[in-house]
Design a protein around this ligand. Structure first.
Ligand code: NAI
Ligand code: SOE
Length: 390
């Protein structure tokens, strides 16, 4: 079995999730398409790197991500840093002939995303953007129903991503609230996941009409470090301006004639990881809520009238991704499983050339959608979304 050495850059939340997936992937998928070897981990300083490498099971540690790029023994570069480093690292990795998995959003801007896409086009290697939610089995089941025509032609997609971890104004100004690091706020951080699922399930987005709002204008300064995602408070220290959106709401027009909407905020008290979509078609409807991610709600037009209404299908061995996961429906799919499936699909693409998505072209297309949303909000008008390569 082929062994592939992984260089992981960033040992925070996603460093943990990706390391878990590399360790667990062969336990779920056996024989594995290839064995990920947790080879070297980069962090911002030597102590952090050594600590994260030990914790996440990596053989070596470095305080300079460029040593990973220059290391001929590393075949896979995993970018799990804040967003401002994605482009520089990915372009260097592509030029060095590495396979690349990059966390979402692909980049801060359309210009960065385009440069990344151009860099990987010139490299004969695999590239992937880590939009793992589309690999939730219930989301893949929704895709299957749509492809089979079970809900007919899609008329409407209504998506949300609501969290509350930043609703307290004293939650610190982590990198996620700084445009120069994050690129945008709720839009690029979480709205992007819903837009990825909208493209995956419905199709290309042609035009948008949006609004963006920032309600909490300042937050306590946080100097560096991982984002604590609302689990710490800034106290009475200095505050600085938030220059990204707290909230995005957009209408969507799809290429296939469907209409839709997307809302995202990290300030919705009572909502945690409330990723939902409801899709209405000419023959039925489906509803998904990530907080109940073993389940897909379905309602079909030809259900007998005295039995019509939404009912619950539990994902399991008989539904997509089920054969590799747990043997009984509703044992519980977690966030980790979505990352394990993602790791499998990425390593399979390296091992046997299988197509993999979402890739950098998808990440670039999403950057174009998100730029159109920002332009629409600024101009209070409908804005068309350009197409990658057009
Ligand atoms: P985090 O703040 O928890 O961790 C980021 C880590 O990167 C920190 O430990 C930091 O010290 C390190 N880092 C910063 N500069 C570095 C450098 N020059 N070299 C090496 N390490 C460096 O952030 P988190 O939540 O892990 O986010 C990382 C990326 O993953 C972001 O792009 C984010 O949008 C994405 N993300 C994706 C999720 C998903 O569901 N797919 C979930 C959470 C984050
Ligand atoms: C914070 O909003 C965050 O960690 C996002 O950055 C992730 O993409 C999402 O999966 C969970 O929430």
């Amino acid at each position: 079995m082929q062994k592939l050495n992984v260089g992981l850059i960033g040992g925070g939340f996603m460093g943990k999730a990706h390391s878990l997936a590399y360790a667990a992937m062969p336990m779920f998928y056996w024989p594995a398409p290839a064995l990920p070897i947790r080879s070297v981990l980069a962090e911002t300083d030597a102590d952090l790197a050594a600590d994260a490498a030990q914790r996440f099971g990596f053989e070596r540690a470095t305080d300079d991500w460029r040593t990973i790029i220059d290391d001929p023994d590393v075949q896979v570069v995993d970018i799990a840093t804040p967003n401002h480093l994605h482009a520089e690292i990915a372009i260097a990795a592509a030029q060095a002939g590495k396979h690349i998995i990059c966390e979402k959003p692909l980049a801060r801007t359309v210009e960065e995303a385009k440069a990344m896409w151009e860099a990987v086009k010139d490299a004969d290697t695999v590239n992937m953007v880590a939009f793992n939610y589309r690999r939730t089995p219930a989301v893949a089941l929704a895709k299957k129903y749509i492809e089979e025509g079970a809900i007919g032609d899609i008329l409407n997609f209504r998506g949300t991503y609501l969290q509350d971890w930043s609703a307290d104004p004293d939650s610190p100004l982590s990198w996620r609230f700084q445009k120069k690091i994050a690129g945008s706020g709720a839009l690029g951080d979480i709205g992007t996941h819903v837009l990825d699922m909208a493209r995956y399930l419905v199709g290309e987005i042609d035009s948008v009409n949006a609004l963006l709002s920032t309600f909490i204008k300042t937050r306590p300064v946080q100097s560096g470090g991982a984002d604590q995602l609302g689990t710490s408070r800034g106290g009475d220290g200095p505050r600085a301006d938030v220059d990204v959106d707290d909230e995005v709401i957009t209408m969507l027009r799809f290429d296939n004639g469907a209409v839709g909407s997307m809302e995202a905020t990290r300030n919705a008290y009572g909502r945690n990881n409330y990723i939902t979509f409801e899709i209405h078609g000419t023959k039925g409807s489906i509803f998904f809520n990530y907080e109940r991610r073993d389940e897909l709600q379905v309602s079909f037009a030809d259900d007998p009238k005295d039995r019509s209404g939404f009912r619950t299908v539990y994902t399991g061995p008989a539904t997509p991704y089920g054969e590799a996961l747990w043997p009984i429906p509703a044992l519980g799919i977690g966030y980790g499983e979505t990352k394990i499936i993602e790791a499998h699909d990425f390593f399979r693409a390296i091992a046997d050339g299988s197509p993999v998505s979402p890739n950098f072209a998808d990440g670039y297309q999403l950057a174009l959608v998100e730029e159109a949303i920002a332009n629409s909000a600024a101009s209070s008008s409908w804005v068309d979304v350009p197409r990658v390569g057009a």
